[in-house]
Design a protein around this ligand. Structure first.
Ligand code: AMP
Length: 109
């Protein structure tokens, strides 16, 4: 079982931000910005590349609720998901990183 499935199953603790029947948002253990949340579907999908669009629609709504709860809607935030080797994905369970609480900077090479 992958590490995020273990979090869903409460085998590994997490700092939950928001949860519903299908999705979970919790704080990243190694935050890269003042606010750094991870948002996952409870069901295992390896990455964004394979998530059914219908489930992604629900996830979009959930992510917007997380942004409200974290009070970053007005100030803005960055939402990213890493996919596969070149994408730098370490945990192979789809997750979005929501980062904010400060200017997160530009995407530059
Ligand atoms: P990625 O490189 O996109 O796969 O990101 C994986 C993220 O998961 C990293 O930012 C890690 O800090 C984070 N992470 C790994 N294990 C945990 C954990 N047990 N609780 C919270 N965040 C975690």
């Amino acid at each position: 079982m992958c590490i995020f499935c273990k979090i869903v199953n409460a085998e590994i603790p997490n700092k939950t931000i928001l949860e519903d029947e299908n999705f979970l948002a919790f704080y990243d253990i190694n935050p890269a910005r003042k606010i750094h949340a991870l948002i996952i579907p409870k069901e295992h999908y390896d990455s964004f590349d394979v998530i059914p669009p219908k489930i992604m629609a629900g996830m979009t709504e959930f992510i917007q609720k997380v942004a409200s709860k974290l009070e970053v809607k007005k100030s803005g935030y960055r939402l990213i998901t890493n996919i596969g080797d070149d994408g730098g994905q370490e945990v192979r369970h789809l997750h979005f990183h929501l980062m904010g609480g400060e200017p997160v900077g530009k995407l530059v090479r």
